[in-house]
Design a protein around this ligand. Sequence first.
Ligand code: V47
Length: 377
Amino acid sequence: MMIGCQSPQIEDKRLVPVLEKVQAGERLNFDEGVLLYTSPDILAVGWMANLVRERKNGNVTWFNVNRHINPTDVCVASCRLCAFGKKAKDPRAYTMSLDQVWETAGRGWSESVTEFHIVGGLHPELTLDWYCEMLRGLKQRFPQVHLKAFTMVEVAYLAQRSKLSVRDTLLRLREAGVDSLPGGGAEIFSERVRRIICDHKIDGKQWLEVARTAHQLGLKSNCTMLYGHLETAEDRVDHLLQLRALQDETGGFVTFIPLAFHPDHTALEHIPKTTGFDDIRNIAVSRLLLDNIPHIKAYWVMMTPKIAQIAQRFGADDIDGTVVEERIYHDAGATTSQSLRRAELLRLIQQAGRDPVERDTLYRPVVRNETTFTVLV
Ligand code: V47
């Protein structure tokens, strides 16, 4: 039977009008978003998300061969949600030298990395010039690797420290080698919640404004939402609809990544961890609400490879990459491994009945022979 002609078993009859809209390709509204978050009928919600996922991405699940680099965990902000950031005088804090950054980058090389994902704390002393030198050094040593670097929060902080506009800061970073921006730091846009979980960070409006400026300069970015802390279903829907509105304007978001809050070693340690049901639901609802963002990523480090695999049937079309070395989630108690080999990613995707396609950061297929890779443009 053709996709789109089928109908799921719907136990929660309130979802019938939503199903009709999804089948007709119509945009869902705020109340429908809240219903999707509160209905116990996860199979119906997942069925709809899978329909949209297959319309947009067919049977493909994307993955990449990447490496995370976190140059420093020193951070002037003390966000309650975070276990990664440390004060400069904390004996556990670290800051890499430029040579250490370049050496770290080279360590994942045997897997022929196509992307470096570079984020870190808001360091009170590292300058924009230092970061630009870091980027230039990476480009010089690894010219074929895409640099996905600096969250909107880091860009805003670097701009403020260097007394430049966000636009000029982004221009400097792009000139030094930034190819696109990762999606972190968005957390949840609700001011009420943001005041509690990350009151030292830029607010939601500023996050969106930095993203808007990046997109206007032609830099693509990802976007995220942190869930599973103090937010309500309404806060989640509001967050997703604000991302959707900006995407209507700029078209600059490539992937959305829902991020489950990991409470260990944070000031919010008393909050229980998210459940598998919640993780799967966030994938599905984001696929349904974000009708204009091409990809939904099930980040295996955060949700475990097992849930990320199941998510491929509930709206996700991406599983992230090899990662190699992850600190932000592991500092907050993640028990997943630090890296997955390419072969393991292939096995996970294939056993979910999907066709794995290796991509570069901007979703161009990567073709490999034994020693090199080619990006199909
Ligand atoms: O920016 C911080 C969040 C983000 C915690 O763009 C926490 O492709 C949960 O943004 N529990 C980092 N989350 C991860 C991230 C990301 C990951 C994979 C791919 C991409 C991409 C982006 O994690 C942070 C913050 O929003 N975070 N602390 C915590 N305790």
